[in-house]
Ligand binder design. Structure first.
Ligand SMILES: Cc1cc2nc3c(=O)[nH]c(=O)nc-3n(C[C@H](O)[C@H](O)[C@H](O)COP(=O)(O)OP(=O)(O)OC[C@H]3O[C@@H](n4cnc5c(N)ncnc54)[C@H](O)[C@@H]3O)c2cc1C
Length: 424
């Protein structure tokens, strides 16, 4: 029988396993995909490794920065300032610094004063409970004025949360503004794969096990030992940490009471869809471009080599075209070529230098449950790590709040889950 089994080999699961292994336990991680890393996972091309979904960290992300040091990766982690833009009504606007935003020619003098006042207020505020039942969209429209909100932040909320965007609490927006930094961090020479492989190595060195290609099909947690059925073989364990999306955990793990699960089951998710193009030449001087007209085919355009030097990719320029979408969106049914064809309508408009002949290779990736959707008073609905089922612990992305999900918070949650197991 295992001491602790961890479902999911993303950053939360791997961190939890590492923390437990450091304390002398022998954790077993079960990951259904053939590769580790989950949403922060990577692919390989011509000797380099790159995330399936664009990733960077902020200087305020202390949990992952500390972990990186512990794994001996501090020389690889580089913080750089990137240039960012928004595409609105057929034009690109530089929005790299707060001053660039204030100077946008589409705003009036009054817009600028209101914007500066409200942004400064949010940046300097600490969390206040009234933010929880205040819609971010309506508060921002009141404070900035409808003109600014329509151009600047509503498109961001709408492209990320779709029809749920008016319910997103101000808390979520405040946390994004409060903790994000201008400089962005990335691990030179193979990115987040260094953390993922580093964690796996340490877990195994300390006597733990990490199995990939093992899909958990059913968990019977009504008795001890907990019984786990997978596509490969069955396992028994004293304790279980599930880092799967909550909706998946509640489906797979038998024994939860409806009374406990019902609040968390109602939370909707969008799923991530990314097209990655490896180009011979750069097509933009911006790292991040958000698209502020919602009739475009994707919501963000990320030019990776405007953050990380192109030499690390054999001189190629990876470009991400990103979306968060409900599962019934037709774009999930398209193959990579079909997706590119569809996205080219927008790409030709935003990137005059784009030419299909520049593409060396293209990939598309789906990130299941990539964006948990938060509603008003979400703080009251965050599932606890400890559950009414003895020895069953939950540590999923939707338990990250008020921050938006992120690798730093995955590390933090993995550490908290391990601490909770150890104290019981
Ligand atoms: C498009 C996109 C961009 C992002 N950009 C950033 C960024 O710039 N910076 C940042 O910090 N964060 C970013 N994030 C968020 C970050 O990737 C996540 O917060 C983090 O990776 C979550 O880790 P996790 O381990 O909690 O979940 P996951 O990575 O989802 O891990 C869960 C794991 O469980 C596995 N699994 C599922 N079902 C089963 C089963 N039945 N049996 C066994 N295993 C199973 C999955 O395959 C997966 O590996 C981004 C996310 C997305 C989608």
């Amino acid at each position: 029988m295992q001491q602790v089994v961890i479902l999911g080999g993303g950053l939360t699961g791997l961190t939890a396993a590492y923390e437990l292994a450091k304390k002398g336990l022998k954790p077993l991680v079960l990951e259904k995909e053939k590769d580790l890393g989950g949403l922060a996972g990577y692919f390989e091309h011509d000797g380099f490794k790159l995330e399936k979904f664009y990733h960077h960290i902020f200087q305020s992300d202390t949990a992952i920065i500390d972990l990186s040091k512990e794994l001996g990766l501090d020389n690889n982690l580089k913080f750089r300032t990137s240039k960012n833009a928004m595409y609105y009504n057929d034009k690109l606007y530089n929005i790299t610094k707060p001053l660039d935003i204030l100077k946008l020619p589409i705003f009036t003098a009054l817009d600028r004063i209101k914007l500066a006042k409200a942004l400064a207020y949010l940046k300097l505020s600490n969390f206040e409970s009234w933010m929880e039942d205040k819609s971010a969209d309506s508060w921002l429209a009141d404070e900035f004025g409808e003109n600014v909100q329509k151009v600047l932040f509503r498109p961001l909320l709408e492209s990320k949360f779709g029809r749920f965007h008016t319910d997103v609490p101000l808390t979520w927006f405040w946390a994004r503004l409060k903790f994000r930094t201008v400089k962005l961090g990335y691990w030179d020479n193979d990115g987040f794969s260094l953390l993922i492989e580093g964690l796996k190595e340490k877990i195994e060195e300390l006597g733990g096990q990490v199995l990939t290609g093992v899909e958990v099909k059913k968990v019977d947690a009504t008795n001890t030992p907990i019984k786990i059925e997978t596509n490969k073989k069955n396992f028994e364990t004293e304790k279980l940490i599930s880092t799967l999306p909550l909706a998946v955990s509640f489906k797979l793990i038998q024994g939860f009471f409806y009374e406990f699960a019902k609040d968390y089951l109602s939370q909707p998710y969008y799923h991530a869809l990314n097209l990655v193009l490896l180009l011979k030449e750069p097509i933009s001087s911006y790292y991040w471009v958000s698209l502020h007209n919602l009739d475009e085919e994707f919501l963000a355009w990320i030019n990776h080599t405007n953050l990380v030097p192109a030499e690390q990719y054999g001189g190629l320029h990876p470009v991400y075209l990103a979306n968060y979408l409900p599962i019934d969106d037709v774009r999930f049914t398209l193959n990579t070529d079909q997706l590119l064809k569809r996205y080219e309508k927008t790409l030709y408009k935003i990137a005059p230098d784009y030419d299909p002949k520049l593409i060396v290779k293209k990939f598309s990736f789906v990130g299941p449950y990539g964006q948990p959707i938060v509603g008003l008073n979400h703080g009251e609905k965050v599932a606890p790590i400890e559950t009414p089922l003895e020895n069953v612990y939950l540590a999923s992305m939707s338990q990250v709040y008020p921050q938006d999900r992120g690798t730093n918070y995955a590390v933090d949650l993995g550490q908290k889950a391990a601490d909770t197991v150890l104290k019981n």
